[in-house]
Ligand binder design. Structure first.
Ligand SMILES: CC(C)(COP(=O)(O)OP(=O)(O)OC[C@H]1O[C@@H](n2cnc3c(N)ncnc32)[C@H](O)[C@@H]1OP(=O)(O)O)[C@@H](O)C(=O)NCCC(=O)NCCS
Length: 228
């Protein structure tokens, strides 16, 4: 049985380029098994994400590939998407995707603090993780209209649906986190009719003892993952 404590989850760098093929192969296998949309990327695309410090990789005992995810900005950096999440078969069900997504979320907030963070998924696991991070389900109209982002769906088996609906809907659910919500929550404002509720991260951060007056970072959920 694999254990989370033996797996390191980190921002990928040049030294992780040797894992690019394993990332893509794992995505391919999962896509075929699920018979649904996980888009394969090229070697260059994944490698580029690693070189730009926009990828999260998980390695068991610092050398065996266990999981991956990357972030990318769209719409002149007004949006950042977390995409390509994959956990190797042997490593599923122990909370690894949760750790990878947390790191990707923290990286997104650190690099692009003003950007709305979003993702597309058909999977319940990812919906659960996103929900705990503070994402909400939205219609595609709330997501980026950057053509380049939607081109990434072309290698998905469901792409014809997206085209047929004029990119207004598909089998994936869109989920969004807007940093403006935190500000509005602090100010006690209503958010388009949504109830203002603490996310799991808010609750965890509130339980942590305050230090160095870093209240604003805590409120953003960032402090929880920094340095992990
Ligand atoms: C989906 C995937 C990333 C989940 O990875 P994982 O490491 O097993 O997920 P975690 O252990 O962190 O589980 C997170 C939550 O989802 C739940 N979960 C995990 N797999 C699930 C599944 N197949 N169906 C429903 N819920 C699931 C877990 O119980 C957990 O919920 P909890 O917090 O209420 O306990 C992994 O199965 C995978 O790589 N699948 C193939 C690729 C894929 O589908 N990628 C997502 C593209 S959007």
């Amino acid at each position: 049985m694999k254990e989370l404590k033996n797996i390191q989850v980190m921002v990928a760098t040049e030294e992780h380029l040797k894992y690019v093929d394993q990332v893509n192969d794992a995505i391919d296998i999962a896509s075929k098994e699920r018979g649904t949309g996980i888009a394969r990327r090229t070697y260059e695309y994944i490698a580029d994400k690693m070189l730009q410090g926009k990828a999260i990789i998980a390695l068991e005992n610092s050398n065996t590939f266990a999981g991956f995810c990357y972030i990318e900005t769209w719409g002149a950096k007004s949006f950042v998407a977390n995409s390509g999440l994959i956990v190797g078969k042997d490593y599923r069900g122990i909370g690894l995707a949760t750790e990878i997504k947390r790191k990707a979320f923290a990286l997104s907030r650190q690099k692009f603090p003003e950007a709305k963070i979003f993702g597309l998924t058909t999977g319940l696991a990812v919906m659960k993780i996103n929900h705990e991070l503070g994402y909400r389900p939205v219609t595609f109209s709330e997501l980026t209209d950057d053509e380049e982002f939607w081109k990434g769906c072309q290698s998905c088996v469901n792409y014809d649906i997206l085209v047929r609906t004029g990119k207004s809907k598909c089998l994936c659910t869109g989920m969004l986190f807007d940093p403006a919500w935190e500000k509005e929550k602090k100010e006690g404002k209503k958010q388009n009719g949504w109830a203002i509720k603490d996310t799991l991260l808010d609750i965890i951060n509130k339980l942590k003892p305050a230090k160095n007056n870093s209240q604003s970072k805590k409120a953003s959920g960032f402090s929880l993952f920094k340095g992990k």
